[in-house]
Design a protein around this ligand. Sequence first.
Ligand SMILES: [Fe+2]
Length: 299
Amino acid sequence: MQNTATASSKHGLAAGDASPPERPDWTIDQGWERYSTEEHGIWKTLFERQSRLLPGRACDAFVQGMAQLPIGADQIPDFRRLSDTLMQRTGWQVVAVPGLVPDDVFFEHLANRRFPAGQFIRQRHQLDYLEEPDVFHDVFGHVPMLMNPAIADYIQAYGVGGLRAQKLGVLDKLARVYWYTVEFGLVQQKDGLRIYGAGIASSASESVFALDDPSPNRLRFDLERVMRTEYRIDDFQESYFVINDLDELLALAQIDFAASYARVQGQPDYAPGTVLGSDQVFSRGTGRYHDAKRQGATA
Ligand SMILES: [Fe+2]
């Protein structure tokens, strides 16, 4: 199984057997001083691997955000220092959580510009696979984008919208929008398609697959189309959705999704690899990667 850091969207499923932390908002102290040399070393391995892969693949906003943050190869970042920089730029903070947190807790944090980041780091034998988002996925993947004003507003709006979607019973539709933007989004730049989704940017294998492999579809993002599209939580995506620029997310942050929920409610869902006649197609995938997996599964 490939690392897609996909569990990050399953924030509704409370972490494994872990009991809820003492604070009602599920935050814990990062305990930065307690990270071991080995844990900092795992961060360094992951950081250096992604730093080799992302030039020419990550979008400009990601690269700029990373350059302006106190994030480097040698140590797991200290959330207090990240928050100082983020607060000045976009009013966000990073708070530590033990792992997955319930949906309402997650949304409440985002609605208040607090990004809950996993405090722990994966072990060395799990470099390419993790069941819950760890500090590498959450900090390396997400935090640079939070330096961008459009993303900063968009993710806050997602938190507000999540609380509303829960009440409306349409959280599955909204979760797909988050998945195909914040986690697995691509953006069109003058110099080509680039990664802005954290699930891709924090994964060595998917940062290559999403852009370079002929297998997946790359389709123009359309809100209601995405609301109806299932996604892969255990493997690479079969389709990636492309926005024109990050301001497109700012526009999404400002619209009320209620009318869209009403239109898609009761409509059939699309399988992850579906290409519709109405899609604007950047590249139609061969589907070879997932076809081979499916054949392997039935052989
Ligand atoms: Fe994530």
